[in-house]
Write a protein that binds this ligand. Structure first.
Ligand SMILES: NC(=O)c1ccc[n+]([C@@H]2O[C@H](COP(=O)([O-])OP(=O)(O)OC[C@H]3O[C@@H](n4cnc5c(N)ncnc54)[C@H](OP(=O)(O)O)[C@@H]3O)[C@@H](O)[C@H]2O)c1
Length: 386
């Protein structure tokens, strides 16, 4: 039995993870859960999975949750210290990192420094401080298993092969909700429309990232650090059907890919039980029913965010953290009706242009760049004409 902790248990990845736990009784024990403030879902999860410690962001939410859980054998804590306490519970060996955004950096790093293996869905910390996270993982004998479907596909396609034989990594992109929308029309896209992803059901932030293609920009940075390969050998290909989850090309021009229906439970369960494969009771992929798969190049004119990901890597240092923070502010502003869809890329671009990058030698360097970029992006959002 593997003892696990889920950071971000109330989200899309968190609930899919708990679905796997429920489907395989006897395989996993849940020691700790964390969430932002969704105490209704967290209470259900406490009753169903009996974690020993649970953390929420705000003490006010913890107070209510404690009242609701009176008599249950659970400790409820709050704030950054509470989330760090859960991330480092001594009895757990694996942490599913599924908080959204930069908020996951400190808890994920805390888990690494406590010697826990990581199933990494929360890509933003890898973008902010990928080199540091890998160094810390190495120092503490920790493995980081990718959960992102593209990176899981690459991880699986690399198995049994030599890294020095790899020529290119090819990340596939669905193109998101707006791939077929004309440039002029992108000006008027509403959040509701951008949130209609054709293939995946995910949290709102990553769904907007998919629509802008920033998700792929973040994933290029994530792949650079997960697989220790320069960005010049990481490519992106649009594949609308989300069946081929990514590919590796080797020096002999063989390509190895991983295929499957778009369901996050496959990559999550692989990261949770590596190297075993759990017998998931999901529909099989029937390629004869699909018939045709399509591929094309990304459109950088309509979706400039992908190139910002490459650019941030080429600049290096704190630039990826800056890009990530500006994106979080811009996406939030778009979702709240504060800016237009096309202005997301503009806010990120201008924040990056204003940034003077420095090396990320410590956690504080990444956090400082994050703080600076949030402030800058906020001011750009407010300066935009309504
Ligand atoms: N969803 C997918 O299929 C998918 C696929 C690949 C990668 N990912 C990555 O996985 C991560 C999670 O994505 P998601 O779609 O599951 O997001 P989500 O549905 O929005 O869930 C986010 C989780 O993080 C918690 N959270 C949010 N802000 C927090 C904060 N400041 N402090 C502590 N906890 C906080 C949320 O708690 P509340 O519910 O209380 O707000 C929730 O549990 C993202 O980095 C995303 O890019 C997701």
């Amino acid at each position: 039995m593997k003892t696990i902790i889920i950071l971000g248990s109330t989200g899309s990845i968190g609930t899919n993870t708990l679905d796997i736990v429920q489907r395989f009784p006897g395989e996993f024990r849940v020691a700790g859960l964390t969430a932002g403030n969704n105490i209704d879902k967290l209470e259900e999860q406490i009753r169903a999975f009996t974690p020993r410690v649970v953390a929420v962001s705000q003490e006010a939410a913890a107070v209510t949750l404690r009242q609701r859980c009176t008599g249950l054998p659970v400790e409820i804590v709050s704030g950054e210290a509470g989330i760090a306490q859960v991330a480092s519970l001594p009895e757990a060996e694996l942490v599913i990192s599924a908080i959204v955004g930069a908020a996951g950096l400190v808890p994920t790093l805390t888990a690494i420094r406590s010697g826990k293996h990581i199933a990494l869905a929360n890509k933003e910390p890898m973008v902010m401080a990928g080199k540091l996270m890998q160094e810390e993982a190495h120092k503490h004998g920790v493995r980081i298993f990718p959960v992102d479907s593209e990176h899981s596909a690459i991880f699986q396609s690399l198995e049994g092969h030599r890294l020095e034989d790899v020529r290119r990594l090819i990340l596939t992109a669905s193109g998101g909700a707006l791939w077929t929308v004309a440039k002029e029309e992108l000006q008027h896209v509403t959040p509701e429309r951008a949130l209609k992803h054709p293939n995946w059901k995910m949290g709102s932030k990553i769904t907007i990232d998919s629509a802008t293609l920033m998700n792929k920009g973040l994933e290029v940075v994530e792949a650079r650090w997960l697989f220790d390969i320069p960005e010049s050998r990481i490519e992106v290909m649009v594949h609308r059907e989300s069946i081929i989850h990514s590919l590796v090309e080797y020096e002999d021009r063989s390509m190895i890919a991983q295929l499957g229906l778009p369901d996050m439970r496959t990559p999550i369960s692989y990261a949770m039980r590596y190297p075993e494969r759990l017998p998931l009771d999901l529909p099989s992929l029937d390629l004869t029913a699909i018939g045709t798969l399509s591929f094309c190049k990304p459109d950088h004119d309509r979706f400039p965010c992908l190139n910002l990901g490459y650019e941030s890597l080429r600049t290096g240092g704190t630039m990826p953290a800056t890009m990530n923070a500006a994106n979080e502010i811009a996406v939030d502003a778009f979702l709240n009706g504060g800016i237009r869809f096309i202005e997301i890329a503009e806010v990120i671009r201008q924040t990056m242009d204003a940034h003077t990058p420095k090396a990320v030698s410590s956690l504080e360097d990444a956090l400082e760049a994050d703080r600076w970029a949030r402030e800058k992006a906020e001011s750009l959002v407010h300066a935009l004409p309504r």
